[in-house]
Design a binder for this molecule. Structure first.
Ligand code: HEC
Length: 202
């Protein structure tokens, strides 16, 4: 057993003792935040925005008409529309802005990018439905996985089969075969061919 596995095992044992209520207390806030399965605006996102964005998207200045200090102002979006689409981080301007590979276009500008932990929190916050608080409701539409085939599925479609309409005239190349193609008896070798060829060329 590796050293790290032994430590992990030991921690697990301690955690399983019901009276051991100290377990996990030594974790840093960032660890806990990062592990929070459902990030919410008040506890996780607001502190990130305050640290990195409000200078230019706050009450004093609203670059691109984007104002990020409150949940409702963030949801309102900016001059280009909404910046966060519940359930779809990849479609959210806010997420695109912080992950832009072009350093000049990335937010915050002229600064190092947000940390992986921060980016991951924002991504999961958007994907899990933009919760305002820990008890808030997800705004992402739940996916409908029911499948109802159309009532005529499998039936022969009515009418003539669809055919391509106007196709351009196509003149294929003319094939010139001066000699007939010969089928040779390959099982018995090429014995027959010699006489055949001879008869043709003589
Ligand atoms: C130093 C000022 C500054 C900081 C800090 C800053 N921004 Fe911006 N932001 C701008 C400016 C300026 C624009 C307009 C850029 C443009 O129109 O080309 C902008 C535009 C945006 C846009 C719209 C982008 C687009 O393509 O239309 C988003 C979204 C955005 N910022 C999010 C953020 C987020 C999130 C943060 C914090 C992580 C942040 N910004 C930090 C200055 C800043």
């Amino acid at each position: 057993m590796q050293h790290s596995q032994m430590i992990a095992g030991a921690i697990l044992v301690v955690c399983l003792i019901p009276t051991a209520d100290t377990c996990g207390q030594e974790k840093t806030t960032e660890d806990k935040t990062a592990q929070s399965a459902r990030p919410n605006f008040s506890d996780h996102i607001k502190p990130i925005l305050r640290r990195h964005c409000l200078k230019c998207h706050g009450d004093d200045k609203q670059e691109a008409d984007i104002n990020l200090p409150t949940y409702s102002s963030l949801l309102k979006g900016g001059s280009a529309g909404k910046i966060a689409v519940a359930g779809q981080s990849s479609q959210s301007l806010m997420f695109k802005a912080i992950t832009n590979s072009d350093a000049e276009a990335r937010m915050p500008p002229n600064s190092p990018p947000l940390s992986k932990v921060e980016i991951d929190l924002i991504r999961r916050w958007i994907d899990s439905g933009l919760r305002e608080t820990a008890t808030g409701k997800s705004m992402a539409k739940s996916r409908d996985l029911t499948f109802l085939p159309a009532s005529n599925a499998g039936a022969k479609p009515e009418g003539p089969p669809a055919m391509p309409g106007d196709l351009a005239e196509f003149a294929g190349p003319k094939v010139v075969r001066p000699l007939p193609v010969l089928a040779m008896d390959t099982v018995r070798g090429l014995r027959c061919s010699r006489s055949l060829l001879k008869s043709m060329f003589d």
